[in-house]
Design a binder for this molecule. Structure first.
Ligand SMILES: [Zn+2]
Ligand SMILES: [Zn+2]
Length: 264
């Protein structure tokens, strides 16, 4: 059976500062999910928990109380609308969500590569493709050592232009050490985390870079990882990225229903 295009587990509402779009409401997101026959839709606004010291000025207002303004989520007979968040990770054990709030979320998305946030997520001294590739794997390794409710954790955008905006992201993906990457993906597979296929990373034209972009996903698949789809939409039109691009990416990766991450 082919991999079902029936879910979107990472998107933002107007509550995320980088959206702020009044049209990006949970009602609009749910209506889109219904239109495309989804069974599950998750909203994951950016989050830094005020219980964790060290928020950046941008993150500070986006705490648990802020993102919880979307609650209660509307209920629907077809689409299970679930409450998640996209928190932040700074390396070591420095996660932007405190363990006391894990239960507040049905799904926790952790980005390993928001490296556009210089001197917050990425030390400025990491300034070449080689160094960035090393830092990326190190962050994945650090995340895999955290004590998390892994059955409801997703590893966001494996490939993502934000990883090195001043340089060549595709070169970064190519430079990722295969043995270390395989080892950490094998660990995520054993822990039961989901690996995100973020369609906004594949927009508009990923074909020229397909080899570099798909490489990491192929390695993750070989190590037994499970995958979920994500629009990472900040505006209503971007929700179309899942129905628009997921079929070709899923086909290129040869994913089947067995490869789908199931959020219980
Ligand atoms: Zn992100
Ligand atoms: Zn996001």
């Amino acid at each position: 059976m082919t991999f079902p295009i029936d879910h979107d587990l990472h998107c933002h509402t107007y509550l995320s500062s980088c959206s702020g779009d009044p049209a990006q409401s949970v009602e609009a997101i749910l209506a889109h999910a219904k239109k495309y026959g989804y069974t599950m839709q998750c909203v994951t606004d950016h989050l830094w928990d005020s219980a964790v010291p060290g928020a950046s000025a941008w993150y500070a207002p986006q705490d648990v109380a802020h993102v919880s303004q979307n609650l209660p989520l509307p209920e629907d007979g077809q689409v299970r609308l679930v409450f998640g968040c996209e928190t932040e990770f700074l390396g070591g054990a420095h996660l932007g969500l405190d363990a006391s709030h894990y239960d507040d979320f049905d799904f926790i998305v952790i980005p390993p590569n928001h490296f556009h946030m210089k001197n917050f997520v990425r030390p400025e001294s990491y300034d070449t493709e080689e160094k960035i590739a090393g830092l990326f794997v190190e962050r994945l390794e650090d995340i895999s050592k955290l004590d998390l409710p892994w059955h409801k954790v997703g590893i966001a955008h494996m490939v993502c232009g934000l990883i090195f905006k001043e340089g060549d992201p595709n070169r970064v993906y190519e430079l990722v050490d295969e043995a270390r990457f395989r080892a950490v993906m094998s660990r995520f597979a054993a822990l039961g985390a989901g690996i995100e296929i973020n369609l906004s990373s594949f927009w508009p034209d990923w074909r020229p870079n397909a080899r570099a972009m798909l490489r990491l996903y192929r390695l993750a698949k070989e190590e037994g990882c499970k995958f979920y789809l994500a629009s990472d939409a900040h505006h209503p039109r971007e929700l179309d990225l899942v129905p628009g691009l997921a079929p070709v990416v899923v086909e290129a990766l040869g994913l089947t229903a067995d490869d789908k991450f199931i959020l219980a």
